[in-house]
Ligand binder design. Structure first.
Ligand code: 4NP
Length: 144
């Protein structure tokens, strides 16, 4: 396994958190893996992660301020060994694009649950829950 891309809808809330957690873990364990994230939608291309994702990551010593949103391309399907979808909609989108090398993050410790989309949450609390779920699943995925 040499490269992983995490995929959500907007690439400004959930998948940047997953990318940040995974990069930190790889760095701590001296793993040489290319790690990235993208969204299935195009609304936020070029934007920084959302304020609450940056905030919750900072609280857990994960810096995601340098990430910028991108939209998944067919080229990414070939370029990355593994695509990790954050929810079923993302998973189905990737399948429809023709990807076969896909897993769902919730398969790694959360009974295949979707990581809920915090973009539509009120306030910060939901981001803590989402961070905990993502961080735990990323650790389990790397262990696996
Ligand atoms: P994400 O959250 O998929 O976790 O980045 C979203 C961010 C923006 C939108 C949807 C989901 N949007 O529709 O703009």
């Amino acid at each position: 396994m040499k490269s992983i891309m995490f995929v959500c809808l907007g690439n400004i809330c959930r998948s940047p958190i997953a990318e940040g957690c995974a990069k930190k873990l790889a760095q701590e364990n001296s793993l040489d893996i290319k790690i990235a994230s993208s969204g299935t939608g195009s609304w936020h291309i070029g934007e920084q992660p959302c304020v609450n994702s940056i905030k919750v990551c900072k609280f857990h010593n994960v810096d995601i301020t340098n990430l910028r949103a991108s939209q998944i391309t067919k080229r990414d399907l070939l370029e990355y060994d593994l695509l990790v979808a954050l929810d079923d909609n993302n998973l189905n989108h990737l399948k429809n694009l023709g990807a076969t090398n896909i897993v769902k993050l919730g398969d790694y410790g959360y009974n295949s649950e979707d990581v809920p989309d915090p973009y539509f949450f009120n306030g910060f609390e939901g981001f803590e829950k989402v961070f905990t779920m993502i961080d735990e699943c990323v650790h389990n995925l790397f262990e696996y």
